[in-house]
Design a protein around this ligand. Sequence first.
Ligand code: TYM
Length: 338
Amino acid sequence: MRVVSGIQPTGNLHLGNYLGAIRNWVRMQDEMGDGSDCLFFLADLHAISQPHIPAELASATLEMTAALVACGIDPNRSILFNQAQVPAHAELQWLLNGTARMGWLNRMTQWKDKAGKNREGQSVALFTYPVLQAADVLLYQATHVPVGEDQKQHLELARDIAQKFNNDFCSENAPVFTLPEPIVPPEAARIMSLRDGSAKMSKSDPSDMSRINLSDDADEIMKKVKKAKTDPEPLPSEAAGLEGRPEALNLVGIYCALTGKTTDEVLGEFGGQGFGVFKPALGEVLVETVSPITTRFRELKADREALDAILARGAARAREMGLTTLGKAYEALGVVRW
Ligand code: TYM
């Protein structure tokens, strides 16, 4: 089993990232025990596919490193690094660009959402972004990739690229790439915005009230939950009653994900009651989860040297681990590197 996943170091780590992905990273790391089979990285090369502020990228990368460690990623048991320190990611992307098809990339919903009506004006990097993501996991022969629901399609593309490359360039019993499996937590596949139950919670939402950041203090969390959009009806007593009520569904979903309770259990407790009762309860479990992370995050982020060292050590190990597959990919393509 080889677990690989990444996160863009833009903005704050939020509850959607945590429940959709990072919590699973930590669980998988803890279950695997052994140090060499989990690789987690800051996708700084992905972050430059859209307009960004260069002066902020390096500090955002270090902050996100601190946030991941605060969430429970242990740099002694997992390999934690940033993409830019491992040139093989970009190199392998170029090799895979020959295999990925324009039609496949054109179908990516994230590309369609981000480009909107202005496709011609987008960077080539935004379009080929999923090929870099494929390189990220294929380079290490990833078997399991813990992600939120929104990244599942990119992982399916990575599988298609791996399969086509293996078919086109490898003999049947010596494929270069392993087909990776996306691991999406059913209870928190898609955490939605607190302001709009039909939009996912996201770093790029201009309203900070739309998300719980893992750096928010207890007062901020309580305020955001209190102001979260809801409808005027009380909570139903059964899951079916949440249909057509996206905001209620989202808040109940977050409560379930945080407490490990089922929807029926939560509705058994709160059914028939208004949000005036449910929201403070939700705020409390949120604070319970987020506060210890915030405390650790603040301590870690102040230690620049320690963060630099974590990334340097992780990158050295990742560079080493990627060598064989990169070499095999070059060889399969007939590109000789004297
Ligand atoms: P990114 O940085 O947008 O998000 C990091 C992880 O958080 C998950 N996530 C969510 N899950 C549930 N609900 C939400 N509202 C929510 N928002 C974000 C994402 O699914 C993701 O797992 N392209 C990737 C980064 C990446 C990557 C990779 C991931 C680059 N290379 C290789 C896996 C493997 C991205 O932008 O994720």
